[in-house]
Design a protein around this ligand. Structure first.
Ligand SMILES: CC(C)(COP(=O)(O)OP(=O)(O)OC[C@H]1O[C@@H](n2cnc3c(N)ncnc32)[C@H](O)[C@@H]1OP(=O)(O)O)[C@@H](O)C(=O)NCCC(=O)NCCS
Length: 156
């Protein structure tokens, strides 16, 4: 089992996390979405200011393996998980599982009664494996494309 350590996001992680996101979407989520959808999801020119605001605006967790950033996720105050991305070169090694375990522990410490997310087709089985249930399939618009994802929740 690979040792995954988890820490809070720091501003200097910004470029690494954008690159990790781009790789995860273009190399992994591309199994389940069309090239046009992938281009809309991970545009060539990322909006760095928006990314910085998003990552620093709520507790964002960064997962590392041997000191190398391998994934990230977050927990908003209402129990919403907005992001879960694992580096394309570190897939299937328990990074998402470790992040979700930590998020669940944080949520319980905060007294939250429910976690919820909108999972990609790619992430749905990973959330299901952690006890999330699909509440609805939905088609959401982003930059001119429509994306299938799943509203999922887990009672704590
Ligand atoms: C979805 C994603 C985050 C998963 O990351 P990962 O680190 O490869 O996932 P893990 O290896 O931690 O797997 C988590 C658990 O789900 C299980 N799992 C993974 N795929 C599964 C599947 N298809 N069916 C059942 N269980 C599955 C694993 O066995 C693992 O179980 P464990 O924690 O008991 O060992 C990653 O593939 C990714 O970044 N995808 C592209 C971007 C994306 O779609 N992000 C989600 C946006 S909502």
């Amino acid at each position: 089992m690979t040792a995954v350590s988890i820490r809070l996001y720091a501003a200097e992680d910004l470029e690494m996390l954008i690159a990790l996101f781009n790789g995860a979407v273009r190399r992994v989520a591309s199994r389940h979405y069309t090239p046009a959808q992938i281009a809309a999801w991970a545009p060539e020119t990322p909006d760095r200011a928006a990314w910085a605001a998003r990552l620093s605006g709520r507790p964002t967790l960064v997962a590392e393996i041997n000191g190398v950033i391998a994934g990230f996720s977050d927990l908003e105050p209402d129990g919403h998980i907005d992001m879960l991305f694992v580096d394309a070169g570190h897939q299937g090694r328990g990074v998402a599982g470790a992040l979700l375990d930590r998020i669940e522990a944080m949520a319980r410490e905060q007294g939250l009664e429910r976690l919820f997310t909108e999972a990609s087709i790619t992430a749905r089985p990973v959330f299901e494996h952690r006890g999330f249930r699909v509440e609805a399939a939905q088609d959401v618009a982003l930059r001119g494309q429509t994306f299938r994802n799943y509203r999922m929740a887990k009672a704590l």
